[in-house]
Design a protein around this ligand. Structure first.
Ligand SMILES: [Zn+2]
Length: 189
């Protein structure tokens, strides 16, 4: 059952990691009717700004394509990790291409006393930072905490450090599956 409502079209920021939030910009990715949440440049701008990764340079359609390419690469890595399979050489080569655009990072203290990192100069640099986070997570203890949503169509990957998260979101996948289970019980009685 593919749910095509406004709630499913919203950007997701609840995967537990920036790189997994990027993967989650397409919903129901492995079904014949995926939901594209990164549908235009405004959405890309909104997503990057929310992650504190909006570059100074104007965004272009090529940037949007690049973001979707990284998303595809990271999805492959996330899924092979969850399924405990080795990622393909192609996926690793693509990841290394994104990492090559990484620029220097510097931090400063804001007026309110918080640490902040410099904004990336370009989308390619922003994506390289996201790729770097993915590498750090996949080569460290976070890798063992990755889970896939228990909804058979959703396939969102998230971090689950406490081992208690079954659904990507209780109010969408959780509710939908409870309703489905209830209907199936009614049908069988
Ligand atoms: Zn889900």
């Amino acid at each position: 059952v593919i749910v095509d409502d406004e709630r499913e079209r919203r950007l997701r920021f609840d995967s537990g990691a920036v790189w997994l939030d990027l993967v989650a910009t397409v919903g129901f990715a492995r079904t014949p009717a995926p939901i594209e949440r990164l549908r235009d440049l405004d959405r890309l701008r909104e997503w990057l700004a929310a992650q504190n990764l909006l570059p100074a340079a104007e965004l272009t359609e090529a940037d949007l394509d690049l973001a979707k390419d990284l998303r595809q690469t990271l999805r492959g890595l996330a899924e092979s990790t969850v399924e405990e399979k080795s990622p393909s050489g192609d996926v690793i080569a693509q990841l290394n291409e994104f990492l090559a655009a990484d620029g220097p990072v510097s931090v400063r203290v804001t007026r309110s006393g918080e640490l902040t990192v410099n904004r990336p100069a370009t989308v390619a640099e922003a994506l390289a930072r996201i790729a770097r986070q993915a590498v750090e997570h996949l080569t460290g203890p976070v890798a063992a905490t990755l889970r896939k949503c228990a909804d058979e169509d959703c396939s969102m990957v998230f971090t689950d450090p406490n081992g208690r998260r079954r659904w990507c979101a209780a109010e969408t996948c959780g509710v939908r599956n409870r309703v489905r289970a209830h209907r199936e019980r009614q049908r069988s009685t």
